[in-house]
Design a protein around this ligand. Sequence first.
Ligand code: UDP
Length: 315
Amino acid sequence: MRVLITGGAGFLGSHLSDRFLAEGHTVIAMDNLITGSVRNIEHLAGHERFSFVKHDVTNYIYISGTVDAVLHFASPASPVDYLNHPIPTLKVGSLGTHNALGLAKEKGARFLLASTSEIYGDPLVHPQTEDYWGNVDPIGPRGVYDEAKRFAEAMTMAYHTYHGLETRIVRIFNTYGPRMRLDDGRVVPNFIGQALRGEPLTVYGDGSQTRSFCYVDDLIEGIYRLLFSEEPKPVNIGNPHEMSILEFATFVNTTTGNPGGIAMLKNKRIKGDPQTRRPDISKAKRVLDWEPSVNIEEGLQHTIAYFSEFVEVDS
Ligand code: UDP
């Protein structure tokens, strides 16, 4: 297959590029590099089945030749990034999704949208099943991401329903691993960076809010299976192992032997920060025969090993 991956130089896009190349496919990675980085794909330079195009997908996308699948992963994804780039986030979820769908339709390609657990907002149903409609404040700070992704899902389903396009929607829950940016502001890189520097881990609010962290290799496996499945409706992919942020901080400190302790930053939580989040993955199990296999101990070790290079560079 010849596959276009938008956001191909990002955290997830670069891992997807690796996976599709390893399976023998040809990959065109497209990225405008506002939050992605060529460092994530520099090991692929010169690969005969890989090419990189620097392009902002909110503008018309032109690709010559055949395209068999479009995976739309372009978007700022960490709260700090999308608060720094609110309008580009809204544009890539709306205009970018429209352009990527238009290309898929033109080429007769299968389309897969990277959606998110954020479409559930601050959920009133726990754990979150795919049939839950969510609890999102459209004009709150996180609305720029949440509503862009909700629109993207609506647009993707419309192309499926009205144009008969083969579409897939993955709702991605908190994912971590090598190639996250140390400074992207998310809790995993923040805590690991702080721990490796011997600093206190910055817990926002009272730390009672929960997240469920999925290692990147597990997520990529789920996405790969979804693309080749026959499921057009959204599928949650994530790890149901749920922890409070305070528990997670303690765990990171224990794992790294960080003497820095924990700093409780009561006022740092962004308005609308979900109080709980855990995927119900029954559908992924049933439809994709998928479930995560990497536990937090192992995943964190790989991630710490990756970040330790960058922390040394910084210091
Ligand atoms: N968080 C924290 N300390 C940090 C960064 C984040 O306590 O240094 C909290 C944040 O308030 C949220 C959770 O960790 O409740 C996960 O935040 P993240 O930015 O990783 O992503 P989110 O799941 O909110 O999109």
